[in-house]
Design a binder for this molecule. Sequence first.
Ligand SMILES: C[S@@+](CC[C@H](N)C(=O)[O-])C[C@H]1O[C@@H](n2cnc3c(N)ncnc32)[C@H](O)[C@@H]1O
Ligand code: SF4
Length: 355
Amino acid sequence: MANSVYLHIPFCNNICSYCDFCKFYKNDEIINKYLDSLENEIDNDFLGEKLNTLYIGGGTPSCLNNNQLNKLFDITSRFIFNDNYEFTIECNIEDIDEEILELFKNNRVNRLSIGVQSFIKKNLNFLDRNKNIDIISRINLAKKYFDNINIDLIYALKNQSIKDLEKDIDIFLSLDLPHISCYSLIIEPHTKISNIKPINDKLDYDMFKLIDSKLKDYNHYEISNYSKKGYESKHNLTYWNNEEYYGFGLSASSYLNNIRYTNYRNLTKYNEKIYKKEKEILSLEDKMKYEYILKFRLKDGINIKDFNKKYNCNILDNKIIKELINEDKLLIENDNIIVNKKYIYVINEILVKLI
Ligand SMILES: C[S@@+](CC[C@H](N)C(=O)[O-])C[C@H]1O[C@@H](n2cnc3c(N)ncnc32)[C@H](O)[C@@H]1O
Ligand code: SF4
């Protein structure tokens, strides 16, 4: 039983210098075929549960033309929502105008996630994005239609100073938006910037701390995510809480009935209606590992009683958990085990130990 659905739209107006996601330049003929195949995949696999969350991500879903967006919303019209549902669509700055916002609004979308990455020209040039667009006025336009808006920001960029980052965060604060995701740049192989040198660890950490201190009025509820109270992303919390969900579309993953599936990344295959590639049947031990990897990203970490009940064990008997508590890397707070904020920046090292 899953009450969340992710749909992947792997097309973009433009390919950014750092991006390793599953995406292609948009092409009308291919997109039209893709939407048919997506609809078929949903018809085959979706069991009709009422949804708490629906998330359309990419790629860039907003790069679809009007007819294609109407087809996409025709597909999503089959989903029935519970009260207090969250329906997010990822939207790039260059696609925001009254027409698209109106279309989103009329099709039950109630949350926008806007890829901004930076407000500063130098950074945007480096990222190959949003050049010569008045980002702030586009966001102000989006605010006329939606109150629940996230923006994505990337930091740790080449030649970015602490002052540059401070300016980005100050602009975000001046926009008075309820949610921001801040990611440290990952230099991915096979991208245009694969050969650049990463910034040094100290600067990266200082940037992380700067963001944390400037966003002190926001709830830092996940390593990279900050929200005003009540605006935490319900959909992403499904993933971090290790709950089940459907994923449809190229490269999408699903977690259903104890099995994690990953779809093909090959667009030609997908458009021939060949979908699921990998299947990982989870043992009890695997499930516990996922719980560590996902829940320790959250400020609230793992609830001891819930974990013990779910896995019929005592988490505090785990040797590595004990060690990490002794090393002060994990803390027990009320009934929860959480990552000590001092060490959250090196959470990957902690997780590697645990799994
Ligand atoms: C799945 S991407 C797609 C969203 C949308 N197409 C866009 O570019 O705004 C979601 C977010 O991941 C982040 N991201 C993508 N590649 C990254 C990288 N190499 N390092 C850090 N963050 C990255 C960006 O902030 C991006 O907005
Ligand atoms: S970052 Fe977003 S817009 Fe840029 S290529 Fe990747 S998916 Fe497309």
